[in-house]
Design a protein around this ligand. Structure first.
Ligand SMILES: [Zn+2]
Length: 498
């Protein structure tokens, strides 16, 4: 690495470390699209300006793509065909000593030189082959031990440093693995060798991709407006406070709020965003903590019951006009014990002998549970167990549980094969082995203990219930009244800047 490049990388690392502490521009957000990926493919339907490490810029034409990831180079010889053609192609290299590999893809064979760890090795190998009169070109394949590389249509291939900002591109829109977004895109290399995609986007454009992802676009406009204001306030509050993520303001998942980009925009949610442009919810002179969830199960929850500290406007209350949303989930006992092991951070031996609720919150949500196994009795927080099982399985704090039993068929496996793939201590019992020679397989039935959870509601229950907001809007409430109901004591007002 040259001295200048080392300095640049150091500067980028420092920027990376301090980015989170600096408030963003008045209304521009840095949104992390997914978490570290091995590789990413960006598309630019309307063209873009690409900025490479070191500051060189490239004008991308409409339809151009950029690929960033851990890559290994191969040199493809000629075209695909029967195996003997591929072999002849490789043999024609004669005395040139280069590694040859063959791949069988979609019915025909291709000969490759390589793999090569670096692009430059591959380029010189391709040149040798070309000098021997063989058509050869460098192709790239994802490989965990390869080098981090940027390539783009019509451009040279560039190895890049693994840590820091690798590339940025600005245009009117771009796609990430086919999904469309507005604004700028930045790709950062993380220390673990993965790449992080960050979308720098105007707040209002961001909201156009959030509201339809968080609430069905056909719901009443007043509910959509309440959602737009809650999402705007939530985004700005966390953007100003920082600290939720390192290197960007918000992620695009339920951890922050779901952001699906420009492909998900809808005229009705666009209107809800536009009609409430710049409006946020204040508590005193601070942005309110506008947390929300899908369905309260009939009653919202006090913030302190879930997160430990009380917030004056996040108090549990009955939600009128929220239709019941009942759910059930059958969980294999082995998965329940694995979830318990994650909560107590130690090995838990099966079978589960007893599973009881010890305590409920005043709202009726489960607070504390007891599980008894041969390795002991475990008393744990119900919310922690719920999130270890999966918050989309046991969907809310309102639940009951009972032991159930179900038979499951495993096709195409012998009893010995089934036993071999089951984790040690799995309580599954193989009950029957049925040979099916006509199908060329045998299959067996197995019996496994299951626990059945059922309940009402979806989410943590604090703040606004989205289904409740829909119900109130259908009853004729305005977005202001809906927000006042779920966040009492707050007021609507314009955002004044950081
Ligand atoms: Zn997040």
């Amino acid at each position: 690495m040259s001295g200048a490049r080392a300095l640049l990388v150091a500067a980028i690392i420092i920027t990376w470390l301090t980015m989170a502490a600096v408030p963003s521009e008045a209304r521009t957000l840095q949104v992390g699209l997914g978490s570290g990926r091995a590789a990413v493919s960006l598309g630019f339907p309307a063209g873009a300006q690409l900025v490479l490490p070191g500051g060189d810029t490239v004008a991308l034409a409409p339809g151009d793509w950029v690929w960033v990831g851990l890559a290994r180079a191969m040199v493809q010889l000629g075209r695909s065909g029967p195996r003997w053609v591929a072999q002849q192609m490789a043999e024609a290299l004669g005395s040139v000593e280069l590694p040859v590999t063959y791949r069988y893809l979609q019915g025909s064979w291709i000969a490759y030189l390589g793999p090569f760890v670096s692009g430059s090795e591959a380029w010189s190998a391709a040149k040798q082959a070309q000098q021997a009169g063989i058509p050869a070109r460098v192709v790239w394949a994802y490989h965990p031990e390869g080098e981090l590389t940027i390539s783009w249509r019509g451009g040279a291939l560039q190895p890049v440093s693994r840590v820091g900002e690798l590339v940025r591109a600005s245009g009117t829109s771009f796609t990430v693995d086919g999904r469309q977004y507005r604004g700028e895109v930045h790709i950062w290399g993380l220390p673990d060798g993965t790449v992080q995609v960050i979308n720098e986007v105007d707040l209002e454009a961001y909201l156009r991709g959030v509201v339809p992802a968080e609430m069905p676009a056909e719901w009443p406009l007043e509910a959509l407006k309440a959602q737009a204001i809650a999402a705007r306030t939530y985004a700005l509050r966390h953007c100003v406070a920082g600290g939720r993520h390192e290197g960007f303001d918000l992620c695009d998942g339920t951890h922050c709020q779901v952001y699906a980009g420009a492909g998900r925009e809808h005229p009705r949610t666009d209107r809800a965003v536009k009609d409430t442009q710049g409006v946020v919810l204040w508590f005193g002179d601070r942005l309110a903590d506008t947390v929300y969830h899908a369905h309260a199960g009939g009653r919202t929850e006090d913030a302190e019951q879930i997160w430990g500290s009380a917030v004056p406007y996040l108090r549990g209350r009955p939600v009128p006009a929220e239709p019941p949303r009942l759910w059930s989930w059958m969980l294999p006992e082995v998965e329940l014990l694995q979830a318990l092991a994650r909560v107590v951070r130690q090995e838990v031996e099966g079978p589960l002998v007893e599973f009881n609720v010890l305590q409920w919150f005043p709202s009726g949500r489960v607070r504390r549970v007891s599980l008894v196994t041969p390795s002991g009795q475990y008393v744990v927080s119900a919310e922690r167990l719920r999130s270890a099982i999966g918050a989309t399985r046991v969907r809310s704090g309102f639940w009951e549980v009972a032991k159930g039993q179900e038979r499951t068929m495993i096709l195409g496996m012998s009893a010995a094969q089934v036993a071999a793939v089951l984790p040690a201590g799995d309580p599954v019992r193989i009950t029957r082995l049925v040979p099916a020679p006509a199908l060329g397989v045998s299959y067996c039935t197995r019996q496994e203990p299951l626990w059945v959870f059922w309940g009402d509601g979806f989410g943590h229950g604090v703040g606004m219930s989205q289904w409740g907001a829909q119900g109130l809007a259908l009853d004729g409430w305005t977005h202001g009244q809906i927000l006042q109901f779920f966040y009492p004591g707050t007021r609507l007002g314009p955002w004044k800047g950081p």
